[in-house]
Design a protein around this ligand. Sequence first.
Ligand code: CP
Length: 317
Amino acid sequence: MPIRGNSLISIQQLNSQDLETIFKTAQFFKARFQKYRRIDDRVQAEDKAQKVVTTIFAEPSTRTRLSFEMACARLGVKCLGLEDLNSSSVVKGETLEDTFRNVLAMQPDALIVRYGQHLDVDQMLEAGVGCPVISGGIGASEHPTQALLDAMTIEEHFGSVKNQRVLLVGDILHSRVANSNMFLLKKLGAEVGYCTPDEFVPQKSEWKEARRFANLKEGFQWATTVMGLRMQKERHAGDANMSIDGYRDQFRISKEHLPHLDPKGLIMHPGPVMIGVDFTPEVLGDSRCKVLDQVTNGVYLRAAVIAEVLQLKVVMS
Ligand code: CP
């Protein structure tokens, strides 16, 4: 199913044409904004004037929620958010599923969602809800727009994702970012490797072919791009015994690892970065570290996705 006019729940939905359109539109928006400080004038007014997007973020977020809102604002599309469920009727006992039903009954033109594990909501969204739904990260399964903005950042740095060697470091097992990246990077022709403690080795079949590195030094010597990931403590639920101290000793990316990465290489992290656990401060200060470029790209990438699902006409001239 092409993305235009439809939902984006999984990165696996996107075909090559969708990917080409999204990256081309995102790059156009970014370049256009850098030159003219606006992009709304390239999105046809009659298409967007009455569009209203709503958000439901049932898990915390800084980058994803605000960049979707920023993207809507830049496009000239209204965005109304239900971001803090503690100030919603969930605190009175309404279920998340019913919250979704009630927000959808207001007939938004698209819904942007983030939530943890919730089978009822998964099934409701899969069945279709009368408007496109964009995932802003669901449970430990997927975070498709994060993978798209990561690929945009890699392409921007190297000219192409194809043939890059991307090392994922950290809590792969519980990372929705890692899962979406795994699919997308492979589809775009990159090789994926990972470095993680035994407790966090991914179990899904898609990871079987990925190369596992015993230590960070070996991984850094192999990779053109290193992507750190946060330890997802909130998803461990007693199934991960690794202490933060034990993890930090072996898997924190620090000054001593930096010389092993290609001088023209790339260091990324989807955020939030746990400084002192994922990275030491020197890593964030390294000239190859493009964490904030990822955040910038997230606005334009998400604007491109919103334009596609709302079927807005973007005039690229
Ligand atoms: N990368 C990411 O999803 O960040 P937030 O949790 O702040 O949205």
